[in-house]
Design a protein. Structure first.
Length: 141
């Protein structure tokens, strides 16, 4: 019985869980009275509340896992060269493909986008988590 009271209290305190419950039942009404009534009915049923709380926690874990996977992989080959060079000059300025992209004397790097993408993606994978987040922010703009 004590765990039931804890789950009921958690459901009323956690606004995200509250919204998840209402979304699960597909409530379209924006009326406060109707929303409260549905929420009260769900909270009073022990099995249903346990099931919804476990689904909510599972969905939250899945979302965290997706965000962790997202930070470790980005697709760079579709980006324009100017964005790639901006990323390269800001974070990987010591790399030769970034330094010599517009240098005619270095034929293997001169306007070679494939080498630039390969260099930045390998450097991105080797970079720390904060650098990866900063690069993802630049790419998402």
């Amino acid at each position: 019985m004590n765990t039931m009271n804890q789950m009921q209290e958690e459901a009323t305190q956690n606004i995200e869980l509250h919204h998840f419950i209402l979304e699960t039942f597909g409530l379209q009404s924006k009326k406060k009275r109707v929303r409260k009534k549905l929420f009260k009915q769900v909270v009073s049923q022990e099995k249903l509340l346990k099931k919804l709380v476990s689904e909510f926690k599972q969905a939250d874990q899945d979302q965290e896992q997706e965000s962790a996977e997202e930070t470790t992989y980005i697709k760079l080959d579709h980006l324009p060269v100017t964005t790639l060079l901006k990323i390269g000059k800001e974070f990987f300025k010591e790399e030769e493909s970034v330094r010599f992209y517009y240098n005619k004397n270095k034929e293997s790097y001169y306007k070679n986008k494939d080498v630039l993408v390969q260099c930045i993606s390998s450097s991105f994978e080797a970079a720390n988590h904060e650098t990866q987040k900063a690069i993802i922010q630049i790419v998402s703009k």
